[in-house]
Design a binder for this molecule. Sequence first.
Ligand code: ADP
Length: 869
Amino acid sequence: MSARFQRTMMKALGATDHIMTVLSVTDLTPGYRRIRFSAPTMIDGRETPTASFVRLWAPDPDDPDKVHQRGYTLVEPDAEKGEVSFDFVLHQPMGPASAWAAAAQPGDTIAASYYMFHKFEPPENPEGYLLMGDPAALPAINAILEVLPPEADIVVILQAHLPEDRDIPVTPHPGAEVIWTGPGTNALAEAVPVRDWSNWYAWVAAENAAIKVLRATLNQTHGFPLTDIKHAAYWIRGKAMRLRKESGAAEAEPAPLPPPPAETVAAREAAPAKPRWRSQRGQELLDSLRWKLRAAGLLQAIISLMQLAPLVLLAELGRRLLGGEKSWDALSPLIIWAVVLYGAAATLSAVLMLWLHMVDAGFGHTLRQSIIAKLARLPLGWFTDRNAASVQQAVQEDAGRLHYMVTHAVPDIVAGIVTPVAAIAYLFTVDAALAGLLFVPLLAFVFLFANMMRGVADKLVQYANWTKRANAAAGAFIDALPVVRVFGGDGRSVRSVLEGQASFINGWQRPMAGRKVAAQLSIQPPSFLLLIVAVGSWRIISGRMEAADLLPFLFLGTAFGAQITSVLYGFVPMREARQAARRIGDLLEETELDRSRSTGVIPPGPLGLRFADVSFGYRPRKPVLKSIDLVLAPGTLTALVGPSGAGKSTLAGLPGRFHDVTEGSIRLLASNGEIDIRDVTPEALQRSVGFVFQDVRLIGGSLKDNIALARPGASMAEIEAAARAAQIHERIVAAPRGYDSIVGDEVRLSGGEAQRLSIARALLADPPILVLDEATAFADPESEHLVQKALGALIGRRTVLVVAHRLHTIVHADCIAVMQDGRIVQRGRHEELLARPGLYRDLWQAGEKRPPETKAPEPETMAAEGKAS
Ligand code: ADP
């Protein structure tokens, strides 16, 4: 491809051209040069995504009229000054870009094309990042290392072509392990450690042949699905070194592509069980449909041909009539066949649709069933707000997107391809010259469309920014409305943002409107009709074509363009459906609670609880709780205190199997010995360990149902007794239909009331062990007082673990465990802890110093009341 053609194509794809001027030249290592450029037209405040690159047009050292394009990653772009750097590898012998860089002086200029389709976009929450490349890829790897969160697990494998490459600076990252390897096409692939890479994301950029070996190895040896390897060949050995070959200083051409390095048996055996990627599950979902969709595609191709045939037959009929044929016997078969094929095609098409809808119904049903079954097997702790949102998306939106793919996408796309291709093939047999002309409007469309899309990526980013600003301004305005209404104010700032947004959209879309219409018009049937009639008439008049031959073109040639573009549009929902399948696959791959051994029962009577050397992390190798040993003797109250993020809530959730421990165990201290909570049935555990949380979830039933949630068979008297003890009875009888009032519709409970209702719920369930997250201060002191009183009733003689936010409430606890950074750093009674220097005393003193209004209005103590009741 000539450089000129490449440039035209890139421009068509939205690239913009710039001239950059060298500001300074710095050698980071002897063979690695950083050049800072002034590029005010390129770095002009537009977004510069991580690892995005430009194409430099490097002059050919031997032929001043020739340029070569090379990709370079943006380094340290400075939008304010309009400056950016690029790093050049100066290995001998040099390619054109390196040769240019080696001679560059401040004031020199070079052309660059910038487009921003290339960026670093890893999937959500990969287990870790495997970044691989050579010195040419290092600027991009460094840029990626800069943006990855500090807790990310990263393995960086770098190839040094020369020993001094190892001195090239690599951006430090707390979670990154950097491995250097030597030269050679296979070196990178061989350097990948054997381990479990499940759910890792690989980002790979190096020399073309090395990339091929690497991808094959990652896929075949380490199990990476190809979809989870992002790869870019930054250079091609033969090509980049073209000048060297011409100058005769030849390095041997690389051998034909070697197979992925064979692994030793030992390494293979050391490898963990088959790794798995969440993305595979989405693919598997679609795989179950594969043969059906293929069959549907094949059938649709036949149907499309059958639908086209009557038009061909009628065109033939017209030609014969115009040719003077008058015999019914000669003409009637054409008509009969046209009618028969038309009817058959319509019937088959209906059958296909019906069948696909049945396939879809079955698929959708199985899918929803598996999602629901999955939800039942997920640990309770999985259901965070974010995950709840992803379930909602999976069930509502993503399942719908798959519906389009199963029922409509394949027939639409196949029909959109087969029909125009068959039609044009037939038209070529009628009159090749006129048939060939039908491509002209299509080419015009492609050209106009590409022209329209120029710079669109930039505009889309600006559009997103404007939308963000407008939303923020509108949100702030609505939040401030009560104040504005009382004290006055005119919302001037929101108006100016909205006006700015409107004028941006106007400035962007107005010039586009004309081009959009032109692009659309070029492929509308009238454009084809005009072309066919005009050129066809001319050909007929000049004796190059029979008049009757115009008929097939009028029948078949006009819808041509619209059909082809409908295919293009059909691919968008296809892609969305694949992404939807991936999201659903992710959900179905979430780690489940292992219930295989949960069969035991728990004897009646008081229970204690023991955390035995418990470690836990939400993600592998990121422990949140470390070696926790804690015993809750039956009938005692234990408080967990400590700074926010110490792991108190995480620890408190473990006895209910919100998550399973990563190491150690949690044991119930029962009359007949210790029982691991993983060994008892979910129902038994639920009856033995109760929870009262700060954020109370109420179900959409009556108040009575809400209290009796854990004991649906409870009598009215028991429910009422629980409600009285929980200080909520009075509120309930004040509701329109008392205990039968429906939550949400007939009665709305305040935060404190909902809390007391949940306490009534726990009282009725009467679990021997209770975990409670102590309420933070409520807005209204009356509610606070009642909640404390209700909690007192609840604690009773149970074994209680309380996550305490205010130390005043737990001064009488039997044991206070002070947590910091996932460990218990101090434990004892209040007086003991207060007597010693340490975190507890610091926390207590900090609480004392707090201004009075943030302190508890009445320092009631749970333990005091609990013990008293
Ligand atoms: P505390 O209750 O002491 O404030 P948490 O138990 O809530 O502490 O949090 C302990 C650590 O675990 C924090 O670093 C927090 O960010 C993390 N964490 C809490 N919940 C989750 C979760 N669902 N997923 C991942 N990390 C979490």
